[in-house]
Design a protein around this ligand. Structure first.
Ligand code: PLP
Ligand code: COI
Length: 362
């Protein structure tokens, strides 16, 4: 076990983007296409442990064609955001949850754990040096910590070398339609994760396996795919990159339980807590697609929404499946969805009291 905290060698980018170009790029922010000037890098090897921590100019990695990540996909990542609050502070939202989940993923993928304090130090050092990359207003600086196997070796066993890196991307809305409710496609052909698999880990392979279903959703004119369970193809699990909630007419809220096949979302966990504080009964229980359809038809379900760091809280307006499609409520974002979104975003932006101390200033 490593006793000492990592110390980051800071090498400022000699050619940062000029301010006029950056502000111009901020005018039309989408998701994940623009990147800040720096990155954080830490290396791990079986003999040295974690070492070589640095903040340096964002640049490509030279990768050997036999690098094991290219063959066996030993890779994990996180998704988090730095926000600019109304009073000008740069803040993170529950970053220690990301640090913890990163290590949960690392264990599942037979990768070394990065001490939580070092994970947080890397993220904070990057946000500090690239603070001007946090957009004002509704945008945020999306942070992508990730780790991949970098040993040059084709045998099938855990790598003996890894690179941990954090990059930053100023982002606007994840969905092209902005705050408009999304349309989702129910995948009846493909599933995302089975019991004993990697569904609860945030590993690249889960997303690679979801892309064909996401492409099917796009071909059906939908924004996202919703997966059913792998055993019975019956129970709703989650979307390609978001958790899902259902709002009932009786004022209760249902969300699929964490059972190892879905990602334990930090937004999900936060919304469960906020909804309970607002007086809603939240049930974390299995809910079938057939039941959902019937409950929408009978008016028992009045709203549904997707949530995640990238997507925030997005109302689900329409659901399409092989047998047709149905609209939820009047197809617009519902009042409960709006209220929970406001509560969450208010805390993240510093306009609401942060009773749980979820926000961490940098
Ligand atoms: N589910 C999947 C598959 C995801 O990729 C994400 C996004 O990170 C989530 C759920 C939501 O997780 P979080 O709220 O921690 O961003
Ligand atoms: C996130 O919300 O951070 C994710 O990783 C999901 C992905 C759709 C970008």
């Amino acid at each position: 076990m490593q006793a000492n905290r990592l110390s980051f060698d800071v090498k400022p980018n000699a050619h940062p983007m000029d301010e006029a170009s950056r502000l111009k790029a901020f005018e039309n922010l989408g998701f994940g296409t623009l990147f800040s000037d720096h990155m954080a890098v830490v290396r791990w090897s079986a003999d040295k442990g974690w070492h070589g921590a640095e903040i340096t100019a964002r640049a490509p990695f030279p990768i050997d064609p036999a690098s094991s990540v290219l063959h066996y996909a030993q890779e994990i990542f996180e998704g988090m955001k730095a926000y600019r609050t109304a009073d000008g502070r740069a803040v993170l939202f529950r970053p220690e949850e990301n640090a913890r989940r990163f290590n949960d993923s690392a264990r599942r993928m037979a990768m070394p754990e990065l001490p939580e304090a070092d994970f947080l130090a890397a993220v904070e050092a990057l946000v500090r040096i690239d603070a001007k990359w946090i957009p004002e207003g509704e945008g945020s600086l999306y942070l992508r910590p990730f780790m991949f196997a970098s040993e040059t070796f084709l045998g099938v066993r855990p790598s003996k070398e890894y690179i941990f890196c954090v990059i930053a991307s100023p982002v606007g809305p994840y969905f092209k339609g902005g705050a408009k409710p999304v349309k989702i496609w129910v995948s009846e052909t493909y599933t995302r994760a089975a019991a004993g698999g990697t569904g609860a880990a945030k590993c690249g392979g889960n997303y690679a396996a979801s892309l064909v279903a996401q492409s099917e959703a796009a071909a059906q004119g939908c924004d996202q795919v919703v997966f059913l369970d792998a055993a019975e193809h019956r129970w709703i699990e989650e979307l390609g990159g978001m958790n899902v909630f259902f709002v009932m007419q009786d004022g209760s809220i249902t969300t699929p339980p964490l059972g190892g096949t879905i990602l334990p979302g930090i937004t999900r966990k936060s919304l469960v807590a906020l909804a309970r504080e607002e007086g809603f009964t939240v049930n974390e229980e299995r809910y079938s697609f057939d039941q959902w359809k019937a409950d929408v038809e009978s008016g028992k379900v009045t709203e549904a929404f997707a949530c995640g760091t990238a997507a925030v809280v997005a109302g689900i307006g329409t659901v399409k499946h092989s047998g047709g499609e149905f609209r939820i409520g009047n197809g617009e974002t519902g009042p409960v969805t709006g209220k929970l979104r406001e509560a969450l975003v208010g805390i993240q932006r510093g306009t609401r009291e942060d009773r749980h101390h979820w926000v961490r200033a940098i």
